[in-house]
Design a protein around this ligand. Structure first.
Ligand code: PGA
Ligand code: ZN
Length: 423
């Protein structure tokens, strides 16, 4: 099969901002899409997302990225077989910059995802099977989802310094069971807030937003709901994961974290985390320190790594050079993997391989600006990522990923698959 056409258009994401959709047309008449997600609390080390920067839509248009696909990428890919692993390297060469700023990481990731779908079709297999094959895996596992329950920080525009309060059904026997638990908890929290007369809404990632200003208030509400549904966090049901996204409140000139107007040292912030861990069933803290606060990360690892998973997002930015630095300093235990931070699926797969060979946990992740694309669900299964962060249990751009996982779980459990079972 050969590529007949590559065509992009500007579409809109879950926040109502423009983003890139790329279609890859094959000569058998099939068409495959990839959609670029977009972060808000982004790392400075991510590949460059190309926005128009003109007067339309506050400069957030992506017509330059769209035109790059239609005018530069399309002529190069037409006539080629959809071997995405090779074609990603053609894209990288065509871009020719270290940060993907020529084509734009949004143009590249949308194209790369569409190419992977076309490649899977060409091979007559599911997308997650292709990814597993490329990882050299004999079997796959469904990841444990980290469901976003309460949104804070920049995703909620309230005073909570913690950006994401998540629940991980670590002990659930199946994904279906885990989702049901998260859904029950979500509706239970809404009931509790209604009863307490607290006004609430839904944040960017499908979690609840409420006028909380202390993380302990949000955690207390979660604990009330966990108690109400009769879950036992000690037994792994309802383990809590936090994404602090500490870069967002770090003053790099002062080297202080500004919490409620008070400048805290990294050690003071670690003491705060220790208190939280003592009081609540927290099993994971993401970005507890800022992306450039290496000393803070090392101290946090020394103090907390025996108690919780320490996940690196902004500090890593899905970047292999940053991964080497993290490994050298040994300051995190899990890597948050976001394909659009590096710009191609192939490079993301390579990073997953490095994480696996270094026994680092991985959390495949969505972005706060998302679309109906469920690519990361297949990616997390195909790489047996262990964990997947795809937002809350409402808003379809989040459920698209969880619903795809449910379908994959059915393929693996019900109909069987050469990647399922215990072979
Ligand atoms: P972002 O946030 O997609 O807005 O960068 C997600 C995260 O920090 O994990
Ligand atoms: Zn994060």
């Amino acid at each position: 099969m050969k590529i007949k056409k590559v065509h992009a258009r500007e579409i809109y994401d879950s926040r109502g901002w423009p983003t890139v959709q790329c279609e890859v047309w094959l000569d058998d008449g099939s068409v495959f899409s990839g959609y670029a997600p977009a972060g808000l609390s982004t790392s400075s080390y991510e590949a460059h997302e190309l926005r128009d920067g003109d007067s339309r839509l506050w400069g957030k248009g992506v017509m330059r990225a769209v035109e790059n696909i239609n005018q530069l990428v399309c002529p190069v890919l037409v006539g080629k077989e959809p071997v995405a692993t090779d074609l990603d390297y053609i894209l990288i060469t065509l871009d020719g910059t270290p940060d993907k700023s020529h084509l734009g990481s949004n143009a590249m990731i949308a194209t790369s995802m569409a190419l992977y779908r076309a490649y899977a079709h060409d091979q007559g297999i599911e997308l997650y099977e292709l990814i597993a094959f490329l990882m050299g895996a004999q079997s796959v596992t469904i990841p444990c989802p980290l469901f976003n329950i309460i949104n804070g920080g920049r995703h909620a525009e309230n005073k909570l310094i913690v950006q994401e309060f998540m629940i991980a059904p670590l002990s659930a026997g199946t994904l279906r069971e885990g989702i049901e638990f998260a859904v029950t908890l979500f509706h239970e929290i809404k009931r509790i807030l209604r009863q307490q007369g607290i006004f609430f809404g839904i944040g960017d990632e499908g979690g609840i937003t409420a006028p909380f200003d202390d993380p302990r208030t949000a955690l207390d509400v979660m604990m009330q709901a966990i108690d109400k549904v009769g879950a036992d966090p000690e037994a792994g049901a309802g383990a809590i994961a936090l994404d602090v996204a500490a870069t967002q409140f770090y003053d790099s000139a002062q080297k202080r974290y500004i919490v409620d107007g008070n400048p805290l040292t990294s050690d003071e912030l670690i003491v705060f985390y220790k208190e939280l861990i003592k009081t609540y069933p927290i099993y994971s803290i993401e970005d507890g320190m800022a992306e450039d606060d290496w000393d803070g990360w090392v101290s946090m690892y020394e103090s907390l790594s025996d108690e919780v998973q320490l996940a690196a997002d902004d500090i890593l930015a899905t970047n292999p050079a940053r991964l080497v630095q993290i490994a050298e300093r040994n300051c995190a235990t899990a890597m948050v993997i976001k394909p659009n931070q590096i710009g191609t699926v192939t490079e993301t797969l390579e990073l997953m391989n490095i994480c696996k060979s270094n026994n680092l946990n991985t959390i495949v992740s969505h972005r706060s600006g998302e679309t109906e694309d469920s690519f990361i669900a297949d990616f997390a299964v195909g790489t047996s990522s262990g964990q997947l962060k795809a937002g809350g249990v409402c808003r379809s751009e989040r459920l698209a990923k969880y619903n795809r996982l449910l379908a994959i779980e059915d393929i693996l459990l019900v109909t069987g698959s050469r990647y399922g079972g215990d072979d």
